[in-house]
Design a binder for this molecule. Structure first.
Ligand SMILES: NC(=O)c1ccc[n+]([C@@H]2O[C@H](COP(=O)([O-])OP(=O)(O)OC[C@H]3O[C@@H](n4cnc5c(N)ncnc54)[C@H](O)[C@@H]3O)[C@@H](O)[C@H]2O)c1
Length: 271
């Protein structure tokens, strides 16, 4: 018996990275997983892995930053698996060429980041909540970020999208509590995914060195793994978290515990 036997679970950006780990983890626990991703090769490979492991999944090849992409994903989950019980609004982008200030950021890059990282949360909620209501409830979880809480330089659109994610989560938790729909967010610290690896190489960094130094910047002394986030997401989606809504959870190896100290003092207290 899996914890999510027969549940219909949507994972956006569910082919690789955090979403890939969550798709596989939900499927291992018996869920019927609908993966929305724009990377066809990775999406099909994720479904193949799940199916060869004895799980159930389908792949929807679409752009999560579009109305059609989000609506077709919900429709596919309903058509094939009979409804929607859990949405993991995970998809997110932070292209290496977006690491500039607001003056330098091209407007189309702003629009793209906001569409994928924030509008997709609204669209998935809009189209899946009517189906959750039909079965008496559901859970919506998002991948926000520690950058929704504190800031670094040069990431205006990404920071705005993550602050918006947390604000939308809180707001929707109020509107839909009466429908027994819980809405929560996870704020990952640095997690070893294609996004982080591309950011390092795309900004000219040495991959191995920076993965280690990024890990050491976290009090727990290592970079996070996608499974670290997937474990928390599965807990939040489960009935064990039935009294949890309108909150975010930092899964960050203690990074946020340092607060502004992070600028002046190392994770181990060294100056
Ligand atoms: N990795 C980290 O350190 C970190 C830290 C904080 C927050 N996050 C957040 O976690 C989430 C997942 O991050 P990740 O590191 O796993 O990312 P990733 O880039 O490694 O994987 C993202 C997945 O989303 C897909 N995708 C990207 N744009 C898409 C689009 N428009 N339509 C459909 N699919 C699309 C990609 O193909 C990929 O499968 C994001 O929201 C990110 O902002 C990540």
């Amino acid at each position: 018996m899996g914890e999510f036997d027969g549940k219909s679970v949507i994972v956006t950006g569910g082919a690789l990275g955090i979403g890939g780990a969550a798709s596989e983890a939900f499927a291992r626990e018996g869920a019927n997983v609908t993966i929305l991703d724009w990377n066809a090769e990775a999406g099909n490979a994720a479904v193949d892995r799940i199916v060869s492991d004895g799980g159930t999944a389908q792949f929807i090849h679409a752009d999560a930053g579009t109305t059609d992409g989000c609506r077709s994903c919900v429709d596919a989950a309903v058509d094939k698996y009979g409804g929607v019980n859990v949405v993991f609004n995970n998809v997110g982008i932070q292209p290496p060429d977006s690491y500039v200030d607001a003056v330098e950021l091209p407007e189309e890059t702003w629009d793209k980041i906001i569409a994928v990282n924030l509008k997709s949360r609204f669209l998935l909620a809009k189209y899946s909540i009517p189906h959750m209501r039909k079965v008496g409830g559901g859970v919506i979880i998002s991948s926000a970020s520690v950058q929704g809480l504190q800031s670094m330089g040069g990431v205006s659109a990404y920071a705005a999208s993550k602050g918006g994610d947390l604000s939308l989560m809180r707001q929707m938790s109020l509107d839909f509590a009466k429908d027994n729909i819980r809405v929560v967010s996870v704020n990952p610290g640095a997690i070893d995914t294609p996004m982080v690896r591309n950011a390092i190489t795309g900004t000219g960094g040495n991959l191995e060195d920076e993965l280690i130094s990024t890990g050491l910047a976290h009090p727990i002394g290592r970079i996070g793994q996608p499974s670290d986030i997937a474990n928390m997401v599965l807990f939040l989606a489960s009935d064990k978290a039935s009294f949890v809504t309108g909150s975010y959870f930092n899964v960050d190896g203690g990074f946020m515990a340092m607060g502004a100290w992070a600028n002046t003092v190392g994770a181990d207290g060294s100056n």
